[in-house]
Every structure is written in C-alpha cells, then in structure tokens.
Design a protein around this ligand. Structure first.
Ligand code: FAD
Length: 320
C-alpha cells in the first residue's frame, strides 16, 4: 500500500496519525533491538514506520610511523532488509529512505527493484550529506547530484523506464515518493525562496508528500507550510519532531541539523541535573508540540527516535 493513502485517509477523517523513524542495526547486529523498540509502540497504531539509510563513512587509521590510512567503512547497511523484516513481523507499512550519496544510478535501481520485489511501495528520496572530510556534497560520477534527480529516476521506474532502456513490456513499480523539506532552511541554500523552489521541483518531479527536518518551534513549521502553499506546493506536509534527550544536544542539534533551539526549551534543559531529567523535558516539549500540531489539523507527525523509543511511548500515550 502507498502511504499517501494513509495520509489522505487521515486528512479525510480529520485524524492525526504518527510515524517514527528507526535506524537499521549496526553491522553484525540482528533485528532484536529494532523489534524491542517497535513492540511497545504498536498498540498506538503508527501509520507507518520509516527506516533511515546510511551511506559509507570515512575512518582514519594510524599506521606505524604515524601515517594515517583513509578507510571507507559501512556501519549501518541493511535498510531494505530492515524495512522488509519490520513489514513481515508487524504487517505495518514501511518507508525505507534512499539517498543519492555514494550510489550509482544502477545501485539505486537495484535497491528499488529489491523493494518492489518485497512488496514495499514507499520510499523517502533524499540527496544525503557530504562524506566526513568533504566540505560539499559530491555526487558519484554515475549518480545524482540532487534529490529531484533521484525522484525522477523513481518516477521513471514507475512508468516502466529502466536506466539501460532494455526492458519493454514490464511490471510497473508503484512507489509513493516522499521528499525532505526544511522549515528552518537547508544549510546550503542561499535563502528560503531558493530552497522552496528546489522543494517544489522535487514535488513537480513526482513526490507525493514532504517530511520536514526537525524543528522545535511550531511557529516555524506552520509558517513553512504557509510558504509552501503560497508557491503552489499542494501535497501533504508531515512535520518532523525530535524529542530532545541529552544536554549535549544543546550544541549538537544546531551543529548537525542547522536548527534553532527555542530559548524556553534551552532554559528548561539547563535547569536539569542529569540526562534523565533532560529526557523528561524533551518528552514534555514534544507532547506540547504534537498536541498543538494535532489541533492545527496536521494529518501525520513524524518522530525522530534514533532507535530508542521509551520516550516515544510516553508521547504516543499522551497524544495519539
Ligand atoms: P536536495 O533536495 O537535493 O537539496 C540539497 C540542497 O541543494 C538544498 O540546499 C537545496 O536547496 C539545493 N538544491 C536542490 N536542488 C537543486 C538544484 N537543482 N540546483 C541547485 N541547488 C539545488 N540523510 C541520510 O543520509 N539518510 C537518511 O535516512 C536521511 N533521512 C532524512 C529524513 C528527513 C525527514 C530529512 C529532513 C532529512 C534526512 N536526511 C537523511 C538528511 C538529508 O539527506 C540531508 O538533509 C541532505 O543534506 C539534503 O537532502 P535533500 O534530499 O533535502 O537534498
């Protein structure tokens, strides 16, 4: 099933659903921690579950004599398998993420073929970030530089067009494509107007809905939705909420995700004696955010969990 149906049903029924994203297991781990994270959330009826994609990373290993050897490592492969395992166990729809970074168009096509064969009809299509040590994103020579090109490739495949153009008569995949949007602007965009234009290009290329980067400020989320509507983006927009959880995130989240933390949240976190208390502050903030967005009539809220869902259970119990 395409999750745009879930979103449209929620809109028609004036209901707000929630979804959350999980990471695939570290290489060498099995699925048990993922299942442990999902089990307590199933009673709250998540609309679907996202599985993130992790490109290769760079590691520097010191050699005798002090020289550094640059090694490529992959810590979390298995997005397609994780998504398939979740769908098989819970019967819930899954949305695997797929990125351009580090992949050729053929790698992408192979991943899409695997998803299609597994009966997974959803994908969140993104560009991905630059590798450690690279200042800007550089695409694979036979890959895509922007997410809109990835969206086009998926839409082409839905129309039976494969890269080598060797297939004539074929089964058509039916991927429902989601893309990323940035209420506080993508870090590389020169301004919000350009960023929104690029977002519209992704929708025009075939995306059916948008999921936003985390924001801790509902005003910015709602203003972003208004700005999207003003430039003619009509597809559903799913806000991203991150339950704040450690004191270190005061600097990590702005640094990694280029988002502002509201002063009221920062003040509450600074009062906390330990991270257990910070986690409670994060839960209360996320509950307040989710209640307000639900009252504003948003059909789906997307939660960033980083694989730990004890806080998510409390939020789901309070809001959904
Ligand atoms: P794009 O849409 O390509 O945009 C990137 C930048 O290029 C923007 O500044 C945009 O304005 C600009 N741009 C776009 N098109 C053009 C164009 N034609 N010409 C010039 N400039 C252009 N990353 C992962 O690696 N794995 C994940 O699983 C993952 N999940 C995510 C989930 C969500 C909900 C979100 C919001 C982000 C996620 N990311 C993930 C991070 C994402 O890959 C990064 O934010 C990345 O830097 C941008 O991806 P994008 O798809 O928005 O890129």
């Amino acid at each position: 099933m395409q999750i745009i149906e879930t979103i449209n049903d929620a809109i028609a029924g004036r209901r707000t659903r929630f979804t959350f994203e999980l990471l695939p297991p570290l290489k060498g781990d099995g699925m048990h921690k993922i299942f442990e994270a999902i089990d307590p959330l199933m009673e709250f009826d998540p609309g679907y579950i996202n599985v993130t994609y992790h490109r290769e990373d760079v590691k520097y290993v010191e050699k005798p004599g002090g020289l550094l050897e640059r090694r490529i490592v992959r810590r979390r492969p298995g997005t397609v398998g994780t998504a398939g395992a979740i769908m098989k166990r819970y019967g819930v729809e899954v949305v695997p993420h797929l990125i351009c970074g580090g992949l050729t168009r053929y790698d992408i096509e192979d991943a899409l073929i695997d998803l299609d064969l597994l009966g997974i009809n959803n994908v969140l299509a993104m560009r991905g970030d630059n590798l450690r040590g690279e200042h800007t994103f550089s695409a694979h020579p036979d890959g895509h530089a922007h997410a809109c090109d990835l969206v086009r490739q998926i839409a082409d495949m839905n129309n039976g067009v494969f890269i080598d153009r060797e297939v004539d008569e074929c089964h058509h995949s039916q991927f429902c494509i989601g893309v990323a949007g940035y209420p506080e602007k993508h870090a590389e965009a020169p301004n919000m107007e350009q960023d929104l234009r690029h977002l519209k290009a992704k929708v025009d290329a075939g995306a059916s809905y948008i999921v936003t980067q985390m924001s801790f400020d509902n005003r910015r989320i709602l203003d972003f939705i208004d700005a999207c509507r003003r430039i003619g983006i009509t597809v559903p927009i799913v806000p991203g909420i991150k339950p704040f959880s450690t004191r270190a995130q005061l600097s990590l989240l702005p640094q990694i995700f280029h988002v502002d933390l509201p002063e009221a949240l920062v003040a509450e976190v600074l009062k906390c004696k330990d991270n257990k208390a910070v986690r409670e502050v994060g839960i209360e903030w996320a509950i307040a955010q989710a209640r307000e967005l639900k009252a504003a009539g948003l059909p789906v809220l997307h939660f960033y969990t980083m694989g730990k869902t004890d806080n998510m259970v409390k939020i789901a119990r309070a809001v959904f």
